[in-house]
Design a protein around this ligand. Structure first.
Ligand code: HEC
Ligand code: HEC
Ligand code: HEC
Ligand code: HEC
Ligand code: HEC
Ligand code: HEC
Ligand code: HEC
Ligand code: HEC
Ligand code: HEC
Ligand code: HEC
Length: 293
């Protein structure tokens, strides 16, 4: 055995260097791995770092010159066991992650479905593939949404899925996010993910458009892509507004419903159909309760 990383005597742990001779393909790339840090700094504590931090004590494995029964082999673990091994160390790294309740864990999509420790696409985050491709392999329908004419530029590399989602699971920060749990990553801990970048929409505003805060951005916009300009959910703006401003429903401030579009508005007049021509501050205003300026 080479020197430098003396294996502790009389324990089953032998230290990472003991693995080098027989697993050169793994070793040859391991120096790039975040899990190599402790080994490189010669601060290895084999029970908690290096190869054996994940694969468990290697004494018996080395003594019998290999084998698959005397070492932890991940392909033989259940998804729950894999999660448990990784969370031995990462439970505190992922403090806000709702990992056990996440849609992924629930569906047996676990750490090693997305992370590849020895064959990652790059050293950062040890992802099995470049991020969008990784997600598309299981979410094929989402790929086509990001190919639509109006879209967030994920495929172009301007942003990633994890700008809006936490694949490890998240807690709903707003009522609107709670109605549609899609592992959205809160911005500023308590806001919808969109506000991290579109900070001008965050306020505080003197006159809020209730729907922006309550239902949230996705009441009117698609998050991924749309065939309509501005990622709108409807091709024509007024059809969007009339979904709520139609006098129906039981939600509102003074009446039993959201204010209906006033009679002063002749909806057959094309001028009136372009609501945001007048209601320009549709996301809320600091000077006008009708969002006219
Ligand atoms: C962070 C946890 C972790 C560390 C540290 C780790 N491994 Fe692994 N290892 C895995 C996982 C998970 C797999 C299963 C395949 C995969 O997901 O890449 C694996 C697979 C393997 C395999 C099977 C062959 C292969 O290429 O997949 C060998 C051999 C191996 N590890 C040896 C080592 C050695 C030697 C070290 C130290 C240099 C080490 N491992 C460090 C998690 C780890
Ligand atoms: C004396 C040579 C030798 C040493 C030293 C050694 N291994 Fe192995 N290891 C083997 C052989 C041979 C196999 C293949 C066993 C098989 O496929 O039946 C193996 C298999 C493995 C596997 C399972 C790979 C798979 O098929 O998924 C893991 C994980 C592993 N070794 C990790 C380690 C770790 C960690 C160390 C250091 C503590 C280590 N090995 C040290 C020879 C060695
Ligand atoms: C023995 C403790 C330990 C275990 C077990 C462990 N890790 Fe780690 N992991 C670490 C340490 C330490 C780092 C480096 C953190 C740093 O550099 O700040 C790390 C880093 C990472 C990173 C990279 C973070 C980055 O910023 O690039 C990923 C991804 C990761 N681990 C995934 C896993 C997965 C998946 C497993 C289970 C197969 C696992 N880890 C098991 C200790 C562990
Ligand atoms: C559905 C895919 C997926 C699963 C499952 C998954 N991860 Fe991740 N993980 C990612 C992605 C994507 C990133 C990069 C996040 C970013 O870009 O900020 C990441 C980042 C990380 C990081 C580094 C950044 C951080 O948040 O600290 C660690 C550590 C990590 N994952 C560990 C784990 C562990 C441990 C598990 C299992 C309990 C796991 N991951 C399960 C996709 C996944
Ligand atoms: C190995 C396959 C796999 C990978 C890789 C994967 N997912 Fe998933 N994902 C699933 C499964 C299975 C579900 C749960 C069933 C469902 O709702 O589609 C899910 C659920 C989700 C949901 C919730 C969907 C809903 O309707 O509630 C989101 C959001 C999501 N994944 C995003 C991502 C992102 C972002 C990535 C990449 C970092 C990713 N996924 C990678 C398989 C995967
Ligand atoms: C700009 C923010 C944003 C980005 C970037 C983003 N998402 Fe989403 N995603 C959302 C929001 C918000 C929802 C909830 C949709 C709704 O409420 O209408 C969602 C819903 C989903 C869903 C469940 C609904 C469905 O359409 O199947 C999946 C799966 C998903 N996203 C995967 C992904 C993947 C994969 C990527 C990267 C390729 C990605 N998302 C990038 C914000 C985003
Ligand atoms: C990581 C930053 C980021 C996040 C998070 C984000 N966006 Fe965006 N958004 C952008 C950028 C940059 C553009 C500019 C368009 C482009 O990429 O070409 C944009 C464009 C838009 C547009 C179209 C503007 C136009 O002029 O066509 C709308 C609408 C929009 N985003 C809504 C949202 C919604 C809704 C969410 C949350 C689900 C969100 N954004 C989350 C960065 C972000
Ligand atoms: C009540 C419906 C509605 C809600 C809710 C809504 N928007 Fe909009 N948004 C619109 C309309 C309509 C337009 C197009 C304005 C126009 O035609 O001038 C627009 C345009 C945009 C644009 C592009 C032009 C600009 O003003 O920068 C962005 C970015 C945007 N919205 C982001 C958001 C974000 C982020 C949220 C959540 C905080 C949100 N929207 C919530 C209706 C809405
Ligand atoms: C998701 C439902 C929803 C959508 C879509 C929506 N609104 Fe609203 N809007 C509301 C609610 C709720 C209020 C708060 C007033 C109330 O309680 O009746 C409001 C208030 C208003 C007000 C101020 C009324 C007042 O007297 O305070 C105007 C103006 C308005 N909306 C215009 C629009 C326009 C224009 C559109 C289309 C771009 C639109 N809204 C889309 C729900 C919606
Ligand atoms: C030509 C400019 C203009 C256009 C276009 C326009 N509005 Fe208005 N809207 C106003 C003005 C001015 C007021 C305030 C005075 C009033 O009630 O007529 C108002 C008031 C409102 C109110 C508040 C009613 C109340 O009782 O508080 C709602 C809701 C509204 N508009 C919705 C819409 C919708 C939906 C559209 C598109 C179908 C639209 N507006 C198009 C100018 C316009």
């Amino acid at each position: 055995m080479a020197t430098g990383y003396a294996a502790p005597a009389n324990t089953q742990y032998v230290g990472s260097l003991a693995c080098k001779a027989c697993h050169p393909e793994v070793w040859s790339t391991f120096f790039r791995n975040a899990h190599f840090k402790s080994v490189a700094m010669k601060k290895e504590d084999p029970a908690h770092t290096g190869c054996e931090g994940c694969h468990g004590p290697g004494g018996a494995h080395v003594a019998s010159y290999g084998g698959r029964k005397n070492i932890r082999v991940f392909s033989q673990l259940t998804p729950a066991e894999t999660t448990a091994v990784c969370l031995e160390c990462h439970a505190k790294d992922l403090p806000r992650a709702n990992i056990y309740a996440s849609e992924h864990t629930q569906a047996d999509v676990v750490c090693t479905s997305c992370h590849s420790i020895h064959h990652s696409s790059g050293p950062r985050f040890l992802l099995a593939k470049q991020q969008a491709e990784l997600c598309y392999q299981c979410h094929e329908g989402v790929r086509s949404q990001f190919a639509m004419p109006a879209r967030h530029r994920v495929d172009e590399g301007a942003m990633t899925c994890s700008d809006c989602h936490n694949p490890h699971g998240s807690f709903a920060a707003t009522w609107g996010m709670g109605t549609n749990q899609t592992m959205q990553q809160a911005a500023f801990d308590v806001e919808q993910p969109c506000l991290r970048c579109h900070t001008d929409k965050r306020g505080p505003l003197v006159f809020e458009h209730a729907s922006v805060r309550v239902e949230g951005c996705t009441a009117c916009h698609f998050a991924h892509g749309s065939t309509n300009t501005k990622l709108l959910r409807r091709p024509v703006v007024f059809t969007l507004c009339l979904e709520c401003h139609n006098g129906a429903g039981t939600f509102g401030r003074e009446t039993a419903s959201v204010y209906s579009t006033p009679f002063s508005h002749n909806l057959l007049d094309p001028r009136y159909q372009r609501c945001t021509l007048c209601h320009v501050r549709i996301h809320g205003s600091n000077s006008d309760p009708m969002f006219l300026r």
